[in-house]
Design a protein around this ligand. Structure first.
Ligand code: ADP
Ligand code: ZN
Ligand code: ZN
Length: 673
């Protein structure tokens, strides 16, 4: 009597056994439909056994084993097992998460007919070389010496090796990726390239497709239609895809001939999923490269301090691209000391003059402010009332463009009150400044200028975002006002000035990673300015002009910034000098959340050698969507020690009594505090 062991998407850390008389080992890695509770579920077969720990008469028969696609291979299942183990997540949740939704539901997409597939079939037959035939050296730029050395080193590696490709925007990192990918394709391999944002994939896809016209390129991101995503997964799995290009979820694509992984903008926080399976796609990618014994390239102008530290210690290999490939000069970065100035709506005289000069010359400017809305809060000065969210420990942001007050955390919104709800005063005042207010002010100040705001409100859909980009490229805007949305991956040829306002807040934030993020953002938005013919200028308004972060920016010296930050982290014992996990709990009352965390802390006793457990505390955003939230930080100087502790601790956490409505999760290597 055969038994299949099935991983199901349920929050329990175990597999489920079913009777399946006609199954054998070849069914491992196949989907199965099984009865569960009152209904049925689709899961993944991870084992076939002759006996079960459950009494045989308790086992139900499997409803169907789906043999309509090749079984997922052992290395893919091992990848899921690693994620389950490392992130302390139930294997069933990981395995079903790693599948595209359509396959998860037990369905298959319709595949295109063989004829449309012609290019694809030939490329996977082994002796043809996709794309490479169309590539002739004359069409490609000659590599700069540093690019050449980087490509040679990556290509020569062959086996597992983690490379950090460090170079500013425009230094030719993408060119290096493309050459390394060309080598992989020429040898019949598959390449996986991860990028942080969906918004950037079409642009990159165009560049990759133009470079490898004969190659089968598959995109993978959460914005795609179900069927397209499932088709891409099958193309990768069945070996038809040559290049997979996608956001973090693409790290789970099965790739039988995988020979190279690239993670572009490796420092980007979006590689870490912040809900459900809280995995870091960059870290999982490194594990995968190790598993498959292939090279992985992490690219960035501002690497995460973890990565930079490993490159410094020799664990990763550093590949530097010290100069820009096209523009000769880096932008001229200066700080504007705003301490002794009277600002006009938050802008200094110098920045205003610089904007006026660009208008005169017909060039573009960008004012960077990482806060959308008109003002962060609406207030009644006489009585002290401020607009607060009813569901969160947060202010309601004033959005004058559509006359709403809006919570940026939970989405709650309401109209703007005519008078103070507490005292009836009708003179309510906006406090602080967001992109809408800056837009209004700039439009008044420069009536002849076309001012364009780019943030998540104005670019709320891909279509609107595309339209905004077209306006900018078509020369339809003189002054851009935008959040970090604008910082990434777009070339604006006539942009010669970037002004940054309101940046100081991040210098003193409670989150120890805030300066790292600020540096990356300013470097990235600064990198947008200036091209070969038109040198760029970056002006940063600050009350802390001597701060090491700004000084390093002025010098374009990432290494110096990283060294100072790493020095601070070493003293404080923060990552990368320690390893962390965060247990979070949320409930109707804060006391419930904190009590649970205290019980979790007690449950750790006797397990916790080499591990520090801090006190349970309310989260910085204490209340979200009416739920009160607390957290408990766990830390160790040694990763295996932390991992061993977490595994044992989790078993105990599952047995703890929980008040109604309480939920908890564990976040390994948390990025947000
Ligand atoms: P990054 O990815 O570091 O921002 P890219 O690879 O996109 O840099 O290169 C920036 C620009 O310079 C692109 O337009 C690219 O085509 C061009 N470029 C890259 N390398 C060279 C080179 N060796 N010679 C000439 N142009 C190059
Ligand atoms: Zn809210
Ligand atoms: Zn009032």
């Amino acid at each position: 009597m055969n038994i299949v062991r099935v991983a199901l998407d349920v929050p329990l850390p175990r597999l489920f056994d079913y009777l399946a008389p006609d199954s054998d080992e070849s069914d491992i890695g196949r989907r199965a439909i099984v009865p569960f509770g009152k209904g049925s579920k689709t899961g993944l077969i991870l084992g076939v056994a002759a006996a079960s720990e459950q009494p045989l008469d308790k086992l139900k028969p499997v409803a169907a084993i789906l043999r309509d696609m090749p079984a997922l291979p052992p290395d893919w299942l091992a990848l899921c097992e690693f994620c389950a183990r490392y992130y302390q997540a139930p294997l069933g949740e990981v395995a079903t998460f790693a599948l595209p939704p359509m396959l998860r539901r037990g369905k298959l997409p319709r595949m295109p007919k063989a004829k449309e597939n012609a290019a694809v079939t030939s490329s996977s037959s082994g002796d043809t070389v996709p794309g490479a035939g169309h590539l002739t050296a004359e069409h490609l730029p000659a590599l700069l010496p540093a690019q050449h050395a980087a490509v040679e080193t990556i290509v020569a590696a062959g086996n597992f090796r983690t490379f950090l490709l460090h170079g500013v925007t425009g230094s030719g990192k993408t060119e290096v990726y493309l050459r390394a990918i060309a080598d992989v394709l020429a040898r019949g391999g598959q390449a996986l390239m991860l990028v942080p944002e969906i918004a950037l994939t079409p642009q990159l896809e165009g560049r990759v497709a133009a470079r490898f016209p004969g190659a089968h390129i598959v995109c993978a991101n959460s914005g795609m239609a179900d069927a397209a995503r499932a088709r891409g997964f099958l193309d990768a799995h069945e070996g038809r895809a040559d290049i997979v290009l996608g956001t973090r979820l693409a790290v789970f694509m099965p790739l039988p001939r995988l020979r190279l992984i690239v993670v572009d903008e490796e420092h980007d926080a979006s590689f870490k999923q912040q809900e459900g399976l809280r995995y870091s796609a960059r870290d999982v990618a490194i594990w995968r490269a190790h598993q498959r014994d292939i090279p992985i390239v992490l690219g960035s102008a501002t690497p995460s301090l973890e990565t930079f530290h490993h490159a410094g210690s020799g664990r990763y290999r550093m590949l530097e691209l010290p100069e820009r490939a096209v523009a000769e000069a880096m932008p001229d970065v200066r700080v504007i000391d705003t301490r002794r100035q009277k600002l006009q709506e938050g802008l200094s005289a110098e920045l205003l003059a610089a904007l006026a000069l660009r208008l005169e010359r017909g060039e573009q400017s960008l004012v960077f402010l990482n806060r959308r809305g008109y003002a962060p809060v609406l207030a009644c000065p006489p009585c002290g009332w401020i607009s607060r969210c009813q569901r969160c420990a947060a202010n309601l942001v004033l959005h004058l463009a559509d006359k709403r007050l809006r919570c940026h955390h939970c989405g709650y919104e309401t109209g703007i009150p005519r008078a103070c709800p507490d005292c009836g005063n009708v003179d309510l005042l906006p406090f602080g400044r967001g992109t809408q207010r800056l837009e209004t002010m700039l439009a008044e100040r420069f009536p002849e200028a076309r001012v364009l705001r780019i943030d998540r409100d104005s670019a709320s859909t891909p279509k609107k975002w595309q339209a905004l980009l077209e306006t900018i490229h078509g020369g339809g805007a003189d002054i851009l006002v935008g959040t970090q949305m604008l910082a990434k991956g777009h070339d604006f040829p006539r942009l010669t000035l970037v002004g940054a306002v309101g940046a100081d807040a991040a210098l003193f934030a409670a989150d120890f990673r805030a300066p790292e993020r600020l540096f990356a953002q300013l470097m990235q938005v600064g990198g947008r300015s200036g091209r070969a013919e038109l040198p760029g200028e970056v002006l940063i308004q600050t009350e802390h002009p001597d701060h090491a972060l700004y000084q390093a920016l002025v010098e374009h010296d990432y290494a110096r910034f990283a060294a100072s930050q790493l020095g601070e982290r070493r003293i404080a014992g923060f990552p990368p000098f320690s390893y962390q996990a965060m247990l979070r709990a949320e409930g109707r009352e804060m006391v419930q959340a904190l009590d649970f965390l205290a019980a979790a802390r007690s449950a750790a006793e006797l397990l916790a050698a080499g591990v520090t457990l801090y006190d349970p505390v309310p989260m910085r955003m204490q209340r979200l969507m009416t739920l009160e939230r607390g957290q408990l930080l766990v830390e160790s100087l040694n990763r295996p020690t932390l991992q061993a502790f977490l595994a044992q601790w989790m078993e105990r956490l599952y047995t703890l009594k929980m008040p109604a409505g309480l939920r908890w999760h564990l976040d390994v290597d948390p990025l947000e505090f």
